[in-house]
Design a protein around this ligand. Structure first.
Ligand code: PLP
Length: 451
């Protein structure tokens, strides 16, 4: 039996009297959820088990993170063993072998030249760390006036103040707008339905949108810009796939002006696109990469910034003796996360999961594009094992139609994600073709029931 066929174990019993009040849920409509909760109590392989005992196929790898499928024995065992051997070790002025081993293993699959890894606990921490490293680098280089960051509209870089400032999702910024990082600007995103609707894979039009970065150079001067950060494939804003030639042009402009290029690979890393990273898929190498999620198959939280060797050398060598970078987390390289990460990378390799994702890509593409003609669908996008299904917004109620579709799919046994008016699907890389069919046919039948 394939791993993806295994079902979750019988759920632990859940007291119906349990109070839901005390927990403040993240990025959730708390009142609506607590009035009608959706509870998950177990997971195995491709499936979640709900509190009422239903099996729900995971079409989203949790939150783009459980790339090898749920509760994999190899990862569970590694965490269990490490928890009994050494639960914690301080990462400041002390080390433990697993953190070094994991950095070494991550470097083996990174693009050449990116060969140092700084650990944190989440994508948000990775992004804020990368922005700090960029500032520290320019100080060490003797160009301390390079302090400006450029992001992209609709970008999502987590929820730290740095990540929200460089991010470009308005709803995430407006409650905190009074205290954004000051020296930040944004270039336009690449989403263009008028030219690219229903593209298969990378859209043909839009490479020239990269030139908006040149406009930033004209506006501020290259020697004030520290770094440009983008998601090579944007996920949380609704699956935006880079037009052909766009990333190459971005790389050229950054090179021309000495601007550090950061790829936020928090969702694209670890096989999601059928290659280790977006950088390896698209053959465009940034100067830094932020990763998280799939690094541990989400079994223990972990994030990391991966940097070019000369960035590391510059910061380290410019410092007087002593600490070189005044940054780090109590849980940087946590032993349980490191153990989970090592087991996860070993599993990706032994099962060839990145290659498996690549081999499923065309089947996935056909399945996603079979939704053309379904009610409300105004665009379909795909790359690797990522699909975006954009729906016509309901007049006066943006995002409502996609959210309702998500709810109904969940009731029908399929977990999809809604973000704005787009449904995002990104299943574990262990998915079988029959399960792809199940996910897509459930979306199709659900769309027929949504007003
Ligand atoms: N960056 C990107 C591109 C993401 O998609 C996410 C989360 O989805 C983050 C950063 C934030 O990661 P976390 O939620 O682990 O802080």
């Amino acid at each position: 039996m394939a791993i993806s066929d295994t079902r979750a174990a019988t759920p632990p019993s859940q007291a119906s009297s349990q109070s839901l009040e005390e927990l403040w849920m993240p990025f959730t409509a708390n009142r609506a959820f607590k009035a009608k909760p959706r509870m998950l109590v177990a997971a195995k392989g491709m499936y979640y088990t709900t509190a009422d005992g239903r099996q729900v196929i995971d079409g989203t790898s949790g939150l783009w993170c459980v790339n090898a499928g749920h509760c994999r024995d190899e990862i569970v065992d590694a965490i269990r063993e490490q928890a009994g051997t050494m639960d914690y070790a301080p990462p400041f002025q002390m080390g433990h072998p697993l953190a070094f081993a994991l950095a070494e293993e991550v470097v083996k699959i990174l693009p050449r030249d990116i060969d140092h890894v700084f650990f944190g606990n989440s994508g948000s921490e990775a992004v804020d760390t990368a922005l700090k490293i960029a500032l520290a680098y320019w100080q060490a280089k003797g160009q301390p006036q390079r302090t400006r960051f450029i992001g992209r509209s609709r970008g999502y870089h987590g929820v730290g103040f740095g990540g929200v400032a460089v991010g470009g999702i308005e709803a995430n910024r407006k409650q905190f707008a009074a205290n954004m990082l000051p020296l930040v600007d944004h270039v336009p995103h690449t989403h263009d339905l008028s030219r690219n609707a229903f593209s298969r894979g990378m859209p043909a039009h839009g490479a020239e949108i990269a030139d908006s970065l040149e406009a930033m150079v004209t506006k501020y001067g290259a020697d004030t810009i520290a770094a440009f950060i983008i998601e090579p494939v944007a996920g949380s804003t609704g699956v935006l796939i880079p037009p052909k030639g766009y990333l190459e042009r971005i790389r050229q402009i950054c090179d021309k002006h000495g601007i550090l290029l950061i790829f936020d690979e928090v969702i694209t890393g670890f096989g999601r696109l059928g290659s280790a990273f977006a950088a390896t898929k698209f053959n465009v190498t940034p100067d830094m990469m932020t990763v998280a999620k799939g690094i541990t198959n989400a079994a223990v939280p972990m994030g990391a910034v991966c940097v070019r060797g000369d960035i590391y050398d510059t910061v380290i060598n410019a410092a007087a003796a002593g600490i070189e970078l005044f940054h780090g987390y109590t849980y940087s390289g946590h032993p349980l996360a490191a153990a989970a990460g090592l087991a996860t990378l070993a599993l990706y390799k032994s099962e060839g999961l990145f290659e498996r994702a690549a081999s499923l890509e065309s089947y996935w593409e056909d399945a996603i594009h079979s939704l053309k003609g379904s009610p409300h669908v105004i665009d379909l996008r795909n790359i690797g094992l990522v699909g975006g299904i954009e729906l016509e917004p309901r007049p006066g109620a943006p995002a409502a139609r996609a959210f309702e579709t998500f709810l109904k799919c969940f009731e029908a046994g399929v977990m999809v994600r809604s973000t704005g008016d787009t449904l995002a699907v990104s299943p574990p890389l262990i998915i079988e073709k029959s399960q792809i069919d199940q996910i897509v046919s459930t979306i199709a039948s659900t769309l027929r029931t949504v007003a």
